[in-house]
Design a protein around this ligand. Structure first.
Ligand SMILES: [Zn+2]
Length: 326
C-alpha cells in the first residue's frame, strides 16, 4: 500500500497533544531541555516528505510507516544524541516520549530494517556510492609542519583550471543521487528560513568552510591484482576501496589524519545563527579551495534564485579571486 497521511502536520500535532496528556499528565516530569526539542518538532512541518516519497512505495503489501514520521524520528535521534540506528530503534520501544514525538503509537515503533529501507528511498540511485569501488590509489596528504596549519593541496589540477572546468559544466539536480534529499532540505528548511525572512535570497552574504566528517577509524582497501604473488609489494595498480567516496584527510584543529569526508558548508553569514544554505560532502583529502568551488557551482545551479552579494572565506581560499566568480 502507499503511505497515507491524510491530516498533514495538524494530525501530528493532535497526536502529540493527546498522547503527551495520556503518558505524561504532569508536564514538570519532562525536563526543560526536552521541552525545547518538543517545541521545535511541534513547529517542524515535514508533510512534504509524505508527498515527495509517495511514488517510492509499492502499491502492494502492508501499509508502510508514514514517511514524515520516519523522517522526524531520525531527526529526533540526532537531537537526543542517539547516534546509532540500532540504539534508536531500541529506545523507541522503551521510551514512550521518543515514540510519541516521532508520531508512532507507543508499543508500535519501527525496527532497524525499516529505517534503512527509508534511507534507501531518500537516495535516487541504485548505486550506494558516487564513485566505483575499484579505483587508483590517490596521492597521500602530507602532515603540515606548523601546528594548526592546513595540509597542502594534493589535487592534480590548479584552482584556475578547476574554475574554468566548473564554469563550463552544467549541473542538474535531477541527475544527482541526492536530488530528493536536497529537495526535502530546500522545501522544509531553506524555504522556511526564507519565508521567515531569516535568509535574504536577493542579497545573500555567504560564508564557506570545510569540516572533517569521520566515517571510520581507518581506510579499508585491498588488492585486486596478483602482483603480490609475483613478489611485487609496492605496485600502483587499482585497489578495491570499501568506502570509495571517502579518503584520508588532515584535521588541522585536532592535528591528526582521519578517514571520511570533508563536509563543505555554505551558510548565510548574515542570518541569526549562520543558517545552512548548501552542504556538500567532498573526499576528506580535498583542499578547501577546491571544496569551495565544487560546492559553490552546484549551489549556483540548484538555487538559481539566490543572488550572492558578499563572500566570506578564510586564508585557505586565497587562490580564489571572488571577481572571477559568476
Ligand atoms: Zn598490482
Amino acid at each position: 500500500m502507499l503511505p497515507v497521511n491524510s491530516g498533514g502536520h495538524t494530525a501530528y500535532q493532535n497526536f502529540v497533544v493527546t498522547n503527551l496528556r495520556k503518558y505524561y499528565p504532569d508536564p514538570d516530569s519532562i525536563p526543560r531541555a526536552t521541552w525545547d526539542i518538543i517545541d521545535r518538532f511541534w513547529n517542524l512541518d515535514l508533510s512534504y516528505t509524505d508527498e515527495k516519497l509517495k511514488n517510492k512505495y509499492s502499491i502492494f503489501g502492508p501499509r508502510p510507516r508514514t514517511p514524515s514520521c520516519m523522517h522526524r524520528s531520525y531527526l529526533l535521534s540526532i537531537d537526543f544524541k542517539v547516534t546509532s540506528i540500532t540504539d534508536w530503534s531500541a529506545q523507541l520501544k522503551i521510551n514512550p516520549l521518543y515514540a510519541i514525538l516521532s508520531g508512532f503509537e507507543v508499543g508500535d515503533t519501527p525496527g532497524v530494517g525499516t529505517f534503512y529501507d527509508f534511507f534507501d528511498r531518500l537516495w535516487d540511485s541504485d548505486e550506494d556510492n558516487l564513485s566505483t569501488h575499484i579505483h587508483p590509489i590517490k596521492p597521500s596528504i602530507k602532515k603540515p609542519s606548523a601546528k594548526g596549519a592546513k595540509a597542502k593541496p594534493v589535487e592534480k589540477i590548479s584552482v584556475e583550471q578547476l574554475l574554468q572546468e566548473l564554469e563550463n559544466t552544467s549541473f542538474s539536480i535531477s541527475e544527482q543521487p541526492y536530488g530528493s534529499l536536497f529537495d526535502l532540505f530546500h522545501r522544509e528548511f531553506l524555504q522556511q528560513s526564507v519565508s521567515k525572512q531569516l535568509i535574504h535570497p536577493d542579497s545573500l552574504a555567504l560564508a564557506g568552510d570545510g569540516t572533517p566528517f569521520v566515517t571510520s577509524a581507518r581506510e579499508r582497501k585491498h588488492r585486486v591484482c596478483d602482483c603480490a604473488s609475483k613478489g611485487i609489494n609496492d605496485c600502483s595498480c587499482d585497489r578495491y576501496f570499501s568506502q570509495p567516496d571517502c579518503d584520508i584527510g588532515w584535521d588541522s584543529s585536532r592535528s591528526c589524519f582521519y578517514h571520511g569526508y570533508d563536509l563543505y558548508m555554505l551558510v548565510a553569514s548574515d542570518s541569526e545563527s549562520d543558517l545552512p544554505v548548501f552542504p556538500l560532502l567532498n573526499p576528506a583529502s580535498r583542499h578547501d579551495s577546491h571544496g569551495f568551488l565544487h560546492t559553490f557551482f552546484r549551489m549556483k545551479s540548484f538555487l538559481p534564485e539566490f543572488k550572492i552579494s558578499k563572500l566570506l572565506l578564510d586564508s585557505a581560499h586565497d587562490g580564489i579571486c571572488p571577481l572571477n566568480l559568476p
